[in-house]
Design a protein around this ligand. Structure first.
Ligand SMILES: *[C@@H]1O[C@H](CO)[C@@H](O)[C@H](O)[C@H]1NC(C)=O
Ligand SMILES: *[C@@H]1O[C@H](CO)[C@@H](O)[C@H](O)[C@H]1NC(C)=O
Ligand SMILES: *[C@@H]1O[C@H](CO)[C@@H](O)[C@H](O)[C@H]1NC(C)=O
Length: 462
């Protein structure tokens, strides 16, 4: 902080001493450091930032060696800085994430994170868009500005101090929380799971008798991070008639991977991403799938979740949710026991036309094919496009946003499908209101009516 100020101040002190034009000063400075230099003005929003209440942010900007980049930016255009309150960077930030940002080898991540808070145009409070609009930032990720019921939002952060600092070359608004670009979150997740693997000492893995699908006795040593011995279906918890009765799991968890944190991360990412609240809610609150997935990932299994977005979820009918275990079945059908990214799936459908992926809803498979330059899932009446690719990818869990809810096309599961008479949940109303929990409410109502509600603790809280 102190040295950052010195850096700029030193430059201003120089200015009056030189009886040349600013252009020459800039040229001289440029010659000195071998780069075109900005003509920074003491009135600049950058100088104001270093002097502002946002001390945590300006300290990070300095640590990230970004001052020169920003000086150049303000020399050619106005900037708008969305400055997180100090608390957002102190108290509210995962200490592990902060450590990650401050590690010198993660400098690029820190820079990208900070530049994500800066828009290369001037957006004053009075010119805040009424509609949700997308703005480029100085990072490669765009930001969405929105305005809902007179609450101004930057991504998921509330604007808490509008026009806090106004200068000729830019504006600083205070915001309530840090904006974390997807790529930085992913780098953190990856780094953490790698560390988790390295931090684990090798331990014995169980050996399975293929005839009984049960454990043989002594366990040979296994490399940490190696693939699990049993097929994923054997490791899954017994579900409501999902799979043939599973064999006992492979003798206790090995925890080569911190599956629970990874699942927590991806749910957090889904919530932050926006538009996938229903899915997150089902995983966490309506079923115990999140816990289940955490266990599987800890055991070394990999998963790809095809996450229907909220619009798709809102079209689910009460009939579709009525059968016991229906929410689980629907969700299991959207989980593929493989690690697939947008790229791998797209390449596969491009090369092979149609691809079948296993799902956790055995024995049903989900078909994927290329359509309109994207990947289309399902071959029955309900199909869904890959809509938000790679929402979360950390090497073990992949989350791909899709724009429909998929159902197995075999006649066995027709009962799950939409019937003509089924009443659709009022879509428009759902979108307009706070949507979270609506699906839960409907599902619980259905469950109460068939006496199944006691399985879901959340139902009693509604
Ligand atoms: C920044 O915005 C101000 C006010 O709109 C304008 O006068 C000025 O020319 C802009 N500066 C640059 C470098 O575009
Ligand atoms: C937003 O709406 C208000 C009132 O309807 C209007 O005065 C204002 O100009 C609009 N702002 C923008 C950026 O369109
Ligand atoms: C689960 O329910 C609680 C309380 O109803 C809610 O605050 C939380 O956001 C829900 N979780 C998700 C992931 O939606």
């Amino acid at each position: 902080m102190a040295s950052a100020k010195t850096h700029l101040t030193f430059f201003f002190l120089l200015l009056p001493l030189l009886t040349t034009t600013t252009a020459t000063v800039a040229a001289a400075a440029a010659a000195l450091i071998g780069k075109p230099t900005a003509q920074i003005n003491s009135n600049s929003v950058l100088v104001a930032l270093l002097d502002s209440r946002y001390t945590e942010l300006s300290e990070l900007v300095e640590k990230a060696l970004l001052l020169q980049t920003l000086e150049q930016a303000v020399s050619v255009h106005n900037i708008t800085i969305f400055a997180p309150r100090n608390e957002a960077l102190e108290r509210d930030l995962d200490p592990e994430f902060k450590l990650f940002l401050l590690e010198p080898r993660n400098l690029r991540s820190l820079q990208r994170l900070l530049l994500h808070h800066i828009v290369p145009t001037r957006i004053g409070g009075s010119r805040w868009p009424n509609e949700t609009t997308r703005h480029n930032t100085l990072s490669e990720h765009p930001l969405h500005l929105s305005n809902s019921e007179s609450v101004k939002l930057v991504g998921s952060a509330k604007l808490v101090r509008e026009d806090d600092v106004v200068r000729n070359d830019g504006i600083i608004h205070g915001i309530g929380r840090l904006l974390i670009p997807k790529s930085v979150q992913q780098e953190f997740n990856t780094r953490r799971s790698l560390r988790a693997i390295l931090a684990v000492k090798p331990e014995g893995a169980p050996e399975v008798d293929p005839r009984t699908n049960r454990l043989k006795k002594p366990a040979p040593p296994v490399r940490p991070g190696s693939d699990p011995v049993l097929p994923i279906y054997s490791a899954m918890a017994p579900g409501p008639s999902l799979a043939p009765a599973p064999a006992p799991g492979p003798g206790g968890p090995h925890h080569h991977f911190d599956g629970e944190s990874q699942v927590k991360d991806f749910i957090q990412t889904l919530l932050q991403y926006g538009g996938y609240n229903e899915m997150a809610d089902i995983l966490v609150n309506l079923t115990n799938l999140a816990t289940e997935m955490g266990k599987l990932v800890s055991e070394g299994y990999v998963l790809t979740v095809l996450a229907p977005n909220d619009e798709a979820m809102a079209k689910l009918t009460t009939d579709q949710l009525a059968e016991p275990g229906a929410p689980e079945k629907i969700m299991y059908y959207h989980i593929v026991p493989e690690y697939q990214t947008e790229e791998s799936m797209y390449n596969a459908v491009r090369r092979f036309g149609k691809i079948q992926y296993d799902t956790l809803h055995v024995p049903h498979k989900v078909v994927a094919q290329e359509a309109d330059g994207s990947v289309k899932f399902g071959d029955g009446e309900e199909t869904a496009y890959l809509f938000d690719p790679d929402i979360y990818i950390d090497g073990r869990i992949s989350v791909q946003g899709i724009d429909g809810v998929l159902f197995p096309s075999s006649p066995v599961d027709r009962s799950l499908k939409m019937t003509e008479s089924a009443k659709t949940i009022d879509h428009v109303k759902l979108v307009a209101k706070a949507r979270r929990g609506k699906l839960l409410e409907v599902a619980c109502r259905v469950l109460v009516s068939i006496g199944q509600d006691s399985k879901f603790t959340k139902c009693h809280q509604i």
